[in-house]
Design a binder for this molecule. Structure first.
Ligand code: ADP
Ligand code: MG
Length: 567
């Protein structure tokens, strides 16, 4: 096919501009992104080749190569991974097919001021390729899909359009050539030491060798050294040679004994797999040796990702088998509500050809998952009170959502949830603490649900409970509605809504009822269309009236949520 020019989708162009304009102060991340794409491409090839060995096309080692040229100011990053077909190139490097991109753009717009947040976002939303335009005037991608004959060249200056043409390419995989900007860059990315530093810092754990042909100083062999009469060398004793060097350690730290891994390595590995620039809050590194054997290295992030509640990614677990990558986002190994946990599981007893379908039915996988969940919940329960409060601020809704979802662990999860209360002055209270603080005559655990803590705390529904000095849990998360529905009691104490039905605190006596009979009937008639029933109540102390839910019906907040979601 001859050369054709195409326009980027409008959104792609906007996205590129955003990335380039907000990430110029973190220019070096382009290399991490391109290396990570190359590594993904090799992962894919390796996975495909399990069943289609011919795809490897008889080549040697799978690798990523970096080749700088200071004369032409170019930097080439190539891989012998899966490569792309023409259609895939158009789809991956020209359109926004990925969901979450709109969310990314919004988040970027909002965080315009800060470049602190931008690099985190870029990794999380996976828009890495375009970061090449932070450092390059022109980007050329030459790629051939493994197993296919035709290669294609994609080229763009990042300003509206790109070109596509057929080209020749011997090796399958992808070669990306960056024409580096002549001005405005903080670092010269054709310098060997600069490349070495960036690779070491951001890509050290990439599972494939990142190779660069570098200049090295080697000692001259003895017979080549010119010596004086006393045997002392005159002139050079070393020579400069060019040789391939692997720049990354590729250390599979999950399979390394704990004592041999430093804190920095743990943190760095976390950043590598999570694309999160913060350090993790905590981690679990364990070797399980029983009927099944596996290594697991799990991390608790310190901050919830921006896209936590609308991301497609359901889990952050990468599955390996004897250090060979099998898949990421392994949902079979971690329940959805713990999807924020990041890490690696290396199960040596799994078959390398394992598919998602097999995983779902695999008893081994179920056992691993059960054990991982147990360890993770244990870790949460052992956190220092203050650390846990910080953790709960970030991930509380996720933990709460486990209560309706994970029946087996409901009791453990119930101990892990926290609420602010009418008495806690903004601090979190556990259900255990609540029960311990209950009044002698108090039968129920009282709660109230609604949109924000301030109006909840001031709700007229609470007047009678306050008068009795009962504590009330203030629930302001939408997910709390599901929590109370699936958690009827805790420690033998029933949970009771402070706004629904009668509170059974003190019955209104018959004389009072008689005295207000006519007035009640009048009100009922006036409001018949709007409400179910007008009732005399003892729950109010200072307010005249309040709207209240049916004892068995929905809370006012629940009704609102249901309406908002169109039900
Ligand atoms: P992400 O890596 O999160 O999917 P990127 O913007 O980094 O997003 O890359 C977009 C897509 O382009 C990738 O998903 C992949 O399909 C394709 N791609 C990028 N680089 C390569 C490569 N070196 N080899 C094969 N495919 C690639
Ligand atoms: Mg990428």
């Amino acid at each position: 096919m001859s050369k054709e020019t195409r326009q980027f989708e409008t959104e792609v162009q906007q996205l590129m501009n955003l990335i380039v304009n907000s990430l110029y102060s973190n220019e070096e991340i382009f290399l991490r992104e391109l290396i990570s794409n190359a590594s993904d491409a090799i992962d894919k090839l390796r996975f495909e080749a399990q069943t289609h060995t011919e795809l490897l096309e008889g080549e040697g080692e799978l690798h990523i190569r970096i080749a700088p040229d200071s004369e032409t100011k170019t930097l080439v990053i190539s891989d012998n991974g899966i490569g792309m077909t023409r259609d895939e190139v158009v789809e991956n490097l020209g359109t926004i097919a990925k969901s979450g991109t709109a969310a990314f753009m919004k988040a970027m717009e909002e965080s315009k001021k800060g470049d602190a947040i931008a690099p985190e976002l870029i990794g999380q939303f996976g828009v890495g390729f375009y970061s090449a335009f932070i450092v390059a005037d022109k980007v050329t991608v030459e790629t051939r899909k493994a197993g296919e004959g035709e290669a294609v060249r994609w080229e763009s200056d990042g300003l509206g359009s790109y070109t596509l043409e057929t080209c020749a390419k011997k090796e399958h995989g992808t070669t990306i050539t960056l024409q580096l900007k002549a001005e405005g860059l903080e670092e010269d990315f054709t310098e060997e030491w600069a490349i070495k530093r960036v690779v070491k810092q951001h890509s050290d754990f990439v599972a494939y060798p990142v190779i660069m042909n570098v200049e090295k100083t080697e000692p001259l062999p003895d017979e080549e050294i010119i010596k004086d009469a006393d045997g002392k060398p005159i002139g050079e004793t070393t020579k400069k040679v060019r040789a391939d060097e692997t720049l990354n350690s590729m250390k599979a730290i999950w399979a390394t004994p704990k004592s041999e891994v430093t804190d920095e390595e743990y943190d760095e590995f976390y950043r590598h797999i999570s694309h999160d620039w913060n350090s993790p809050l905590d981690k679990i590194h364990m070797k399980f040796e029983g009927t099944t054997e596996y290594d697991a290295l799990l991390y608790v992030p310190s901050k919830a990702p921006m896209d936590m509640y609308y991301s497609e990614k359901k889990t952050g677990i990468h599955l390996y088998c004897k250090r060979v990558f099998i898949m990421d986002d392994c949902t079979e190994l971690m329940p959805e509500y713990l999807g924020f946990i990041k890490g690696v599981v290396d199960a040596s007893d799994l078959n390398l050809n394992v598919s998602r379908e097999i995983l779902q039915q695999n008893r081994l996988v179920r056992n691993i998952r059960k054990n991982l969940v147990k360890k993770v919940l244990e870790l949460f329960s052992k956190m220092e009170k203050e650390t846990y409060a910080g953790f709960f601020d970030e991930f509380g809704p996720a933990i709460k959502s486990g209560i309706p979802m994970d029946h087996d662990n409901r009791d453990k999860l119930a101990k892990l949830i926290r609420y602010k209360t009418t008495k806690s002055d903004g601090a979190y209270v556990s259900l255990e603490e609540y029960v311990a603080g209950m009044k002698e005559d108090q039968e129920f655990i009282y709660y109230i649900t609604g949109e924000d803590l301030v109006s909840l705390a001031g709700s007229p529904h609470l007047e009678a409970l306050k008068a009795k000095d009962y504590e009330v849990l203030l629930m302001s998360d939408p997910v709390d509605e599901w929590v109370v529905q699936s958690l009827p009691e805790f420690d033998g104490k029933k949970l009771k809504s402070a706004e629904m039905g009668d509170l059974d605190l003190t019955e209104v006596d018959d004389d009072t009822k008689e005295a207000f009979k006519n007035f009640m009937e009048y009100l009922q008639k006036q409001l018949d269309e709007e409400i179910k029933e007008v009732k005399l109540s003892s729950r109010l102390k200072d307010s005249v009236s309040c709207l209240s839910g049916d004892a068995l019906g929905m809370s006012a907040y629940m009704e609102k949520i249901m309406k908002a979601s169109g039900q």
